[in-house]
Design a protein around this ligand. Structure first.
Ligand SMILES: NC(=O)c1ccc[n+]([C@@H]2O[C@H](COP(=O)([O-])OP(=O)(O)OC[C@H]3O[C@@H](n4cnc5c(N)ncnc54)[C@H](O)[C@@H]3O)[C@@H](O)[C@H]2O)c1
Ligand SMILES: O=P(O)(O)OC[C@@H](O)[C@@H](O)[C@H](O)[C@H](O)CO
Length: 412
């Protein structure tokens, strides 16, 4: 039986990648910092994935185990594995890199000819490439020439696009409220029926027969299409929804003003995507947008939290992420001014949920140094970059007019 190590036993780990691997005959070893979660994985023989759609259904997942990611026991798992996947959050990748580097040395020590592939299943452009750089930095330390050759020749890092909405799940949704039953179902996850996992076929070193994994050559096109459409719409709806006082994505999607801004944002994004990547036709992309806007984000069976979708605004306001990325592409590809994307960016800068460390830092920075400073530093809109300067000026204006447009009192 093939083995895979999956870092991050959260929503995507248990609800999407873990199930695809298990369904393809892999034993999945989940590695997570959360010790209680690992204990739970080791004390349950199976858990259930609930498909949240009109015709609800379930899948049972078994053949998994858990190891605390900081425990030396994890290193023992590496020589048994030929595939390592992650879903920990893109910002966490540098933290798991030292362990992966040590693990790869174990693989080389026990099986010098082994081939191993790594796929970082995180939202972001080039996540596996970021992981590769971080792992290499650690691997190089005290490495022999044979180890270095092994790293270059036998280890693959394949970027991917990973798409399935997996919201927070309360087992009481399916069990009622009995405490014992809730404990029995504490590993269960609820997922939307749609999914798409596209992996860079040129970067994989071995063939892996994984049901539901699509291979593609032009990976950047798939990554940007997903991040700059699904995630752009999701973020736009959620940051504006938060400011208007909604708590779920469904509630915010019912608000016509928010829906129209989000639809406008993905159309602006789509215009640049179609110019940049010739992979998708206009017709195909219009259908892609309408599936997201009129089916997936309106799925009444998926109760997603605005706080989850807004999480980590510093990452989401990054230069290559879902808001600044497509807005800059609009300027770069000359497809017109990103009016709606600019509203989404302004709303993200206003996001002030005290439970979110990034939001607290951004708001402090705005009060102390002004909005321009945040746009320069967090969004990396560098002074003297013509398109960056243009976008910054537009966001600054919209930042102050958004309140009147939304008809609400924005926080100070
Ligand atoms: N939930 C979704 O709808 C969805 C969809 C597509 C992609 N993603 C992406 O998948 C990734 C994970 O998202 P999620 O929703 O599953 O998050 P999550 O918070 O549910 O799961 C993340 C898991 O990683 C673990 N973790 C954190 N730091 C760790 C470390 N240093 N070592 C090992 N484990 C660690 C956490 O304990 C947690 O169990 C993110 O990059 C996200 O953008 C999420
Ligand atoms: O995971 P994040 O924080 O990058 O973004 C929040 C959501 O938009 C995201 O998790 C989506 O649900 C997911 O990307 C759907 O495939």
């Amino acid at each position: 039986m093939p083995n895979a190590i999956h870092f991050g036993a959260g929503n995507i780990g248990r609800g999407f990648i873990g199930p695809l691997l298990a369904d393809s005959g892999y034993h999945v070893t989940f590695a997570d910092v959360n010790e209680a979660l690992i204990d739970s994985l080791n004390s349950h023989k199976s858990y259930t994935v609930h498909i949240l759609s009109q015709k609800s259904s379930t899948t049972e997942i078994s053949d998994f185990s858990g190891v605390v990611s900081t425990s030396p026991d994890l290193l023992e798992e590496f020589p048994k594995t030929d595939l390592i996947t992650t879903s920990v959050g893109a910002q966490i990748l540098p933290k798991i890199a030292p362990t992966i580097a040590q693990g790869l040395k174990r693989i080389h020590r026990d099986h010098p000819d082994a081939i191993v592939d790594m796929i970082a299943c995180e939202n972001g452009v080039g996540a596996s490439e970021i992981l590769r750089k971080e792992v290499k930095r650690h691997f190089k330390q005290d490495a022999t020439s044979q180890e270095l050759e092994f790293f270059e020749k036998n280890v693959g890092f394949a970027n991917c696009s990973v798409d399935r909405i997996v919201p927070p799940f309360d087992p009481a949704q399916v069990t009622g409220s009995s405490e014992q039953q809730n404990q029995d179902h504490e590993l269960d996850v609820g997922v939307e029926d749609f999914y798409e996992w596209v992996v860079d076929q040129d970067a994989l070193k071995a063939e892996h027969n994984i049901h539901g994994m699509k291979l593609a050559k032009n990976l950047l096109a798939y990554v940007e299409r997903k991040l700059f459409t699904l995630n752009t719409a999701h973020a736009t709806v959620s940051y504006l929804g938060y400011l208007k006082g909604y708590t779920t994505v469904n509630e915010a999607m019912e608000d016509k003003q928010i829906y129209n801004i989000a639809k406008g944002a993905v159309e602006e994004s789509g215009a640049a995507l179609l110019k940049k990547h010739s992979v998708f036709s206009q017709d195909e992309h219009e259908k892609y947008i309408s599936t997201i806007m009129d089916r997936r984000l309106k799925n009444p069976n998926v109760q997603d939290e605005i706080a989850r979708v807004c999480r980590a605004p510093k990452r989401k306001l990054g230069r290559n992420d879902r808001l600044i990325g497509p807005a800059m592409m609009d300027y770069e590809y000359g497809v017109g001014k990103p009016v709606n994307l600019v509203k989404a960016i302004a709303a993200a800068v206003w996001y002030d949920d005290n439970g979110d460390q990034d939001a607290v830092e951004i708001r402090k920075r705005v009060s102390r140094d002004g909005v321009e400073c945040v746009l320069r530093e967090v969004c990396e809109l560098k002074e003297g970059d013509g398109n960056g300067d243009r976008l910054l000026e537009n966001v600054k204006v919209t930042y102050y007019t958004l309140k009147a447009e939304l008809g609400i009192e924005l926080p100070n």
